[in-house]
Design a protein around this ligand. Sequence first.
Ligand SMILES: CC(C)CC(=O)Nc1cccc(-c2cccc(CN)c2)c1
Length: 182
Amino acid sequence: ILGGREARPHLRPHMASLQLDGEHICGGFLIAEQWVLTLPHCPQLEEKAELNEHVQVLPFQREQRDVAAGTVCEVAGWGTVTHSGRRPDRLQQVERPVLSRDECNHRTRHDHSITPNMMCTDSRKRDTCKGDSGGPLVCNGVAEAVVTAGSRVCGNYKKPGIYTRIAPYAAWIDRVMGALSG
Ligand SMILES: CC(C)CC(=O)Nc1cccc(-c2cccc(CN)c2)c1
């Protein structure tokens, strides 16, 4: 997270750090007792999470409706906090306003590459960065989307932050959780 601040401890009990050999690779978040939502390229879980006051699930959006442009959402992660790639020990967070898909698809921004299954936030100074992928974009307490790297640029207003919306995949998520619920 660039331009953010340390998250208050225990206020995001849904956040997961997906690590490989002890190194943070991606964010993710608990959507059920034994399921973490992240991106396909991130490391998967070896065993169930034990829910308690510090480990809780986060509801995700199921309604197929875009978040209104200008809505201020928040994103948290253990991604890099500087352009030189410094990694934080503690979870960081930042508030970002949603950018309309038309704005985000402008020729000088993501040039019509943002599909209806994606959404954007303003990236001027405050933005997601390397290692934040897989974490949730939370708007009014609901996970609306998952952080993706997109153009891998951080903190440049010309390249807004890009997210995969969750609602289009709600049925698939339910199927996978139901089918493999052991
Ligand atoms: C100057 C360095 C930080 C360049 C670099 O390594 N960028 C990099 C690499 C991989 C992912 C990402 C990345 C992830 C999540 C969101 C975003 C977009 N804000 C980028 C950004």
